[in-house]
Write a protein that binds this ligand. Sequence first.
Ligand SMILES: NC(=O)c1ccc[n+]([C@@H]2O[C@H](COP(=O)([O-])OP(=O)(O)OC[C@H]3O[C@@H](n4cnc5c(N)ncnc54)[C@H](OP(=O)(O)O)[C@@H]3O)[C@@H](O)[C@H]2O)c1
Length: 192
Amino acid sequence: MRKLIYYVAVTVDGFIAAPDGGTGVFLAEGDHMAWIVEHYPETIPGHFRGPLGLADTPPRAFDTVILGRTTHQVAVDEGLASGYPHLRQYVVTHRPGDLPVEEGLTASDEDPVQLVRRLKAEDSPLDVWLCGGGDLAGQLAQEIDEYRLKVTPVVIGEGRPLISGSTGGLPLVARRRVGFDSGVSYVEYARS
Ligand SMILES: NC(=O)c1ccc[n+]([C@@H]2O[C@H](COP(=O)([O-])OP(=O)(O)OC[C@H]3O[C@@H](n4cnc5c(N)ncnc54)[C@H](OP(=O)(O)O)[C@@H]3O)[C@@H](O)[C@H]2O)c1
């Protein structure tokens, strides 16, 4: 069975965005970016893929992404139909009819746990990317097999959490750490 992987940028104090949803605290330049592009080219938003020479680059880790509606809205507010048109996209929302029809994008009001279990059961060599945000991730806490975090050296004190709500304390084991001169650390944790 393939995995659900929460791959996300996070502050040292565990936030994925500022209180207003802004993500400007995350470093978009530095030596970690080349590593991200090499290892996770499919996680670069669609409108950046061409300029970065990634238009024809196949995915390395994920073929499917699941996003909460608020996370999807970030791309919509930038005038895009969606953030990741090169992947199969699932947007979780209570109002799927409000989203314009886009090829490869499914707006779903299905219980996200059931949706993820179905996606995990598919036969594919690639995993499922949980893009965020914390509201959706909190509901999927029992289904997240791995956390792959791009930890940015900043503390913001308040904001949108990595995971919303109590999980009861899920034990994890550290799998991998990569440090960059930029100060960003890439860390992987798996469910123990
Ligand atoms: N740092 C990073 O790498 C990163 C990655 C992703 C996101 N983010 C940031 O995270 C923020 C968004 O996170 P968030 O936690 O506020 O929101 P979110 O999880 O992205 O989306 C929450 C929305 O998803 C829908 N939803 C959630 N659970 C549902 C369910 N069970 N059934 C139906 N619909 C459901 C609802 O939308 P409806 O109101 O449409 O029903 C809900 O308001 C943004 O600021 C984004 O920029 C950062």
